[in-house]
Ligand binder design. Structure first.
Ligand SMILES: Nc1nc2c(ncn2[C@@H]2O[C@H](COP(=O)(O)OP(=O)(O)OP(=O)(O)O)[C@@H](O)[C@H]2O)c(=O)[nH]1
Ligand SMILES: [Mg+2]
Length: 322
């Protein structure tokens, strides 16, 4: 038994995932979302696999045109990153409602392309859970040999920022006519942006929004050299420049020394949860009768959860499982 041992179901599903089978990928993501035993096994098996999969976060206020932008940018991205997966995550609205349906419709043009995988994550539960699920799903997509994973989140609060931080390069999208929504950009979302985009450049107010954003950047630090790119998914203006800017950011990541403080945002608490996940998978995947006895003693109240955990981990270490 090894730390990444997977039961027959998980093992064969993983083989199919690695073989780029999109039905298997969809099934595996559902299992991860449901936090089933299968999902936990899969999440542990694919965890943190370093490979060449890049990740791009697209965040911004509701209605800024994030989905439209991803859709319009795909023809720019696909020649550069052959296999692209798109995840839409909305931690603030647990019920998959109109927004998700809208995303589906907007991206439908690409859904028949075998090199494009699109999935909405039904974000339920608390913020840590959403972040963790998203990260596991991204790991799974990397295992499925995706070259690029794009994560769309509504950027209005800390939870969305946290999900966006899972990605290597982050685009913050705004648009004219969002009024108060611009305040949301002020509150923290701006700091995480590698690229700032004003969408809907075809609208008359776009120049004002761009000027406003530039002023905010200057205010947050006079040395801020980030430029504001103006695009329109409607007229297609600015899309090539944005594709080039994304590529340049990824290239920059490769040449810059990794900064452990901002790198992949793997916090101590996330690592602790990983340890807990891995331990849970080992215990539930074990067929050792002594593990079963420990669980029975816990059920009967003879062992506390803490005592049970310590006993199970000690036993697993003896079994050479860790
Ligand atoms: N005029 C104009 N409208 C646009 C443009 N891009 C998107 N829109 C419109 O803006 C609205 C919102 O677009 P979405 O792509 O759904 O925006 P979103 O940010 O993904 O929205 P949520 O996922 O609901 O937060 C839609 O009605 C689009 O048709 C553009 O370049 N110009
Ligand atoms: Mg959207």
């Amino acid at each position: 038994m090894t730390a990444t041992r997977a039961g027959p179901d998980a093992a064969s599903l993983l083989t199919a995932v690695r073989g780029r089978d999109s039905l298997a990928i969809a099934r595996a993501i559902t299992a991860i979302e449901n936090r089933s035993a299968l999902g936990t096994e899969l999440a542990v098996a694919v965890r943190g696999r370093a490979n060449s999969c890049r990740s791009l976060g697209v965040t911004g206020p509701p209605g800024a045109g994030k989905s439209s932008l991803i859709n319009a940018l795909l023809p720019e991205l696909l020649p550069r990153y052959r296999r692209v997966a798109i995840l839409t995550v909305d931690p603030s609205s647990p019920i998959s409602g109109g927004a998700v349906l809208g995303d589906r419709v907007r991206m439908a043009a690409h859904s028949a392309n075998p090199d494009v995988f699109i999935r909405s994550l039904a974000a339920r539960g608390h913020l840590g859970g959403v972040t963790r699920t998203t990260r596991s799903v991204m790991d799974l997509l990397a295992a499925a040999e995706m070259d690029l994973v794009i994560v769309e989140t509504v950027g209005t609060g800390q939870s969305e920022v946290e999900v966006a931080e899972l990605t290597d390069v982050k685009i913050v999208v705004s648009a004219p006519g969002l009024g108060d929504e611009m305040q949301a950009i002020k509150a923290g979302v701006l700091e995480i942006a590698d690229l700032l985009v004003v969408n809907k450049a075809d609208l008359p107010d776009a120049a004002r929004t761009t000027a406003h954003l530039k002023a905010m950047l200057h205010h947050s630090g006079p040395d801020d050299r980030r430029s504001v790119l103006s695009v329109s998914t409607l007229s297609q203006d600015g899309l090539k420049a944005l594709g080039d800017a994304v590529e340049a950011k990824f290239a920059g990541l490769l040449s810059e020394p990794p900064n452990p403080a901002v790198g992949r945002a793997i916090s101590r608490s996330m690592l602790a949860r990983d340890v807990a996940d891995a331990a849970a998978a080992l215990v539930s995947g074990s067929d050792d009768s002594r593990i079963a006895a420990i669980l029975e003693d816990m059920t009967a109240g003879k062992l506390s959860r803490r005592e049970g955990a310590a006993a199970a981990l000690e036993l697993l270490a003896d079994l050479d499982a860790l």
